[in-house]
Design a protein around this ligand. Structure first.
Ligand code: NAD
Ligand code: TDX
Length: 326
């Protein structure tokens, strides 16, 4: 199988490519990535020399870039991660999110249809469902009610994916995952922000009352779920992905500080995010029941591994800057 993976220099995409090449000895992967601020080829340096891996510096908002690759390569499936992914940036500059997440996805769908790509897996998010009260879970039947420009752009992309299935009969599949954590996550997201600022002795910004709830999933468990959808799901299907691991932000930040033995008074309460969703929680019973997927990582072990990874990266970066006299 030859996969065309978009956004493979980012956090989740890079884990997915490494996982796939490791798991399937005869698979080939093209990593199509624009290398925005969030893309980093260090995330895929361990496979850079593999004969089954090819990096293409391309932009999904530019159709000609996609055409060039799809015209000359026989692609079996697209796995589409590329996106502007940070909610705070979407509040500052929504237009970029429409360009990348909506137009970019529609470009990819058009090209995949034109060049007869078999399967199109679209990586979406639980944020398309909006927010939950204290009780209840998002199921695949929950109506879409995006609240941030980021979530609105992802929901719009989902609607195009659905339309290409309904209108053209394309084999599209959508996954909606909860918050991921793990090594390589870009430093703007809550867990890296907390670890890196704690290590630097800087205030850790906690939005609002800190009681917002997120449902954390290890990135490797997300990859095994996408693998199941790619290989076992039906055309037109939608799957939620999550591991019933809800934490409110204050408890999570304190847990990280305690592990690092950094005093909790480093937390700084700051103005709340506009339109801040109160709670996300995923009902993943469909993917478990229909595709036999199960998460493997416990949060205790996965979070420690993640903190240790960022701590080591921080130590190495500090040594480098000292040796260059910065
Ligand atoms: P990320 O921001 O770490 O990486 C995004 C990648 O996409 C980067 O490598 C970037 O260079 C690339 N990219 C951006 N614009 C591009 C363009 N125009 N053309 C080609 N490449 C482009 O994102 P992530 O956290 O790895 O998220 C990956 C996907 O998973 C996104 O679609 C996101 O919406 C979804 N998702 C993320 C989470 C999460 O917790 N991180 C949860 C659910 C769903
Ligand atoms: O400095 C911070 N302080 C803070 O209190 C940051 C960066 C975040 N927060 C809060 C906001 C959220 O309630 O922490 C929670 C998590 O924030 P993010 O890490 O920005 O993630 P979130 O907004 O929940 O979105 C993430 O999960 C769903 C990803 O960024 C999305 O791409 C994904 O779709």
């Amino acid at each position: 199988m030859k996969l065309f993976v978009t956004g493979g220099a980012g956090f989740i995409g890079s884990h997915f490519i490494r996982y796939i090449l490791d798991q399937y000895e005869d698979y080939e992967v093209i990593n199509f990535d624009a290398l925005t601020y969030a893309g980093n080829l260090d995330n895929v340096s361990s496979i850079a020399d593999s004969p089954r891996y090819q990096f293409v510096h391309g932009d999904i908002t530019n159709r000609a870039h996609i055409d060039q690759v799809m015209l000359t390569s026989s692609i079996d499936a697209v796995v589409h991660f590329a996106a502007e992914s940070h909610v705070d940036r979407s509040i500052e500059s929504p237009g970029k999110f429409v360009e990348t997440n909506v137009i970019g996805t529609q470009n990819l769908l058009d090209c995949a249809r034109l060049y007869g790509v078999g399967t199109f897996v679209h990586i979406s998010t639980d944020e398309v469902y909006g927010t939950l009260p204290k009780e209840g879970y998002f199921t695949e039947e929950t109506p879409l009610a995006p609240n941030s420009p980021y979530a609105a752009s992802k929901a719009s992309a989902d609607m195009f994916v659905r339309a290409y299935y309904e209108t053209y009969g394309m084999d599209t599949r959508i996954t909606r995952c909860s918050n991921n954590y793990g090594p390589n996550q870009y430093r703007e997201k809550l867990i890296p922000v907390t670890i890196l600022r704690a290590l630097d002795g800087l205030p850790i910004p906690l939005y609002g009352d800190g009681q917002n709830v997120r449902d954390w999933l290890h990135v490797h468990d997300h990859c095994t779920a996408i693998d199941a959808v790619l290989h076992k799901a039906k055309p037109g299907s939608v799957y939620n992905i999550g591991s019933n691991n809800e934490w409110n932000n204050i408890d999570l930040v304190e847990k990280i500080l305690d592990y690092l033995e950094v005093p909790r008074n480093q937390i700084a309460r700051v103005t709340d995010r506009l339109g801040h969703d109160r709670r996300y929680a995923i009902d993943a019973s469909r993917i478990k029941g229909e595709l036999g997927w199960q998460p493997m990582h416990t949060f205790e072990e996965g979070l420690k591994e993640t903190i240790d990874w960022f701590t080591e990266k921080h130590r190495t970066a500090s040594q480098m800057s000292q040796s260059y006299g910065n």
